[in-house]
Design a protein around this ligand. Structure first.
Ligand code: ZN
Length: 256
């Protein structure tokens, strides 16, 4: 049986409107380029959303109907409303998958889920990036060789201010000599989070087959395994408690 996955690709969609160089590479926006290759995958239902739509295109209903959310943002992280961030974070904790791309290391949503600075070193100087596949048995590395290269990219360098990842799948090396943890996973609540480094807006990175393969693999991997709404119930015992312990139970959990 083919799995059916409902995917929302969120793009900030500002650089594409302001910088002709970016518009030339991504005429419909970075998010639409990503959505276009994901739509080729059997069983994927893909929609897009962007910052300037009402509620940034991420209403309660859209998020309720999203199994995996992808996020690309850069110049306008601060314009994303805290209410929408909280809504998306809650969905991750309930079981929705999240894939944070490139400069989304500083997105409010990613930072909220990590709880750390998410800072890094950076340089825009046409470095070559070589991504080493250090966990080749992982589903996100399916079809990826020992390494692959991106001819020109922005450099991101360590130390990267993230919590130690649950799994580290790719490490990047750059021409300038730096290294970076460029493909990493975390479990957050019931949801799965994957951070993938490549994707600076002035390079055609999201047109590259290996990058598309990793993102497609990651969407499969991040699918919800459960959906459990957040709740914190006071509950009755399943068995009949001895009289004394029942009284103790009431006194500790009951209202004063
Ligand atoms: Zn960048």
């Amino acid at each position: 049986m083919t799995e059916t996955l409902r995917i929302t690709v969120w793009g900030e969609f500002r650089h594409e409107k302001k910088n002709p160089k970016v518009a030339e590479i991504y005429p419909q926006g970075i998010h639409e380029t990503i959505a276009a290759f994901l739509r080729k995958e059997e069983g994927f239902t893909v929609r897009t959303a962007s910052l300037d739509e009402p509620e940034h295109g991420l209403s309660e209903q859209v998020l309720a109907e999203t199994d995996v959310l992808l996020w690309w943002g850069h110049m306008a992280h601060a314009e994303v409303s805290d209410e929408v961030v909280e809504r998306a974070k809650r969905r991750v904790l309930e079981g929705m998958g999240l894939i944070a791309l490139h400069s989304a290391h500083f997105a409010k949503l990613f930072k909220a889920l990590m709880g750390t600075t998410c800072s890094l070193k950076w340089r825009e100087a046409n470095d070559k990036e070589r991504l080493w596949n250090i966990l080749p048995n992982h589903p996100i590395a399916r079809g990826i060789a020992d390494y692959f290269e991106i001819p020109s990219e922005e450099m991101y360098g360590e130390p990267f201010g993230i919590p130690t990842p649950d799994e580290l799948i790719f490490i990047s090396w750059f021409t300038g000599g730096e290294v970076f943890r460029s493909g990493a996973t975390w479990q957050r609540g019931h949801g799965r989070v994957f951070y993938f480094r490549p994707g600076h807006e002035t390079y055609p990175t999201y047109h590259q087959p290996e990058v598309q393969q990793v993102i497609t693999n990651a969407v499969h991997w991040a699918r919800p395994t459960v959906t459990i709404p957040d709740d914190c119930p006071n509950c009755l015992p399943l068995e009949t408690l001895p009289e004394d312990s029942a009284a103790a139970q009431r006194s500790t959990v009951g209202h004063k």
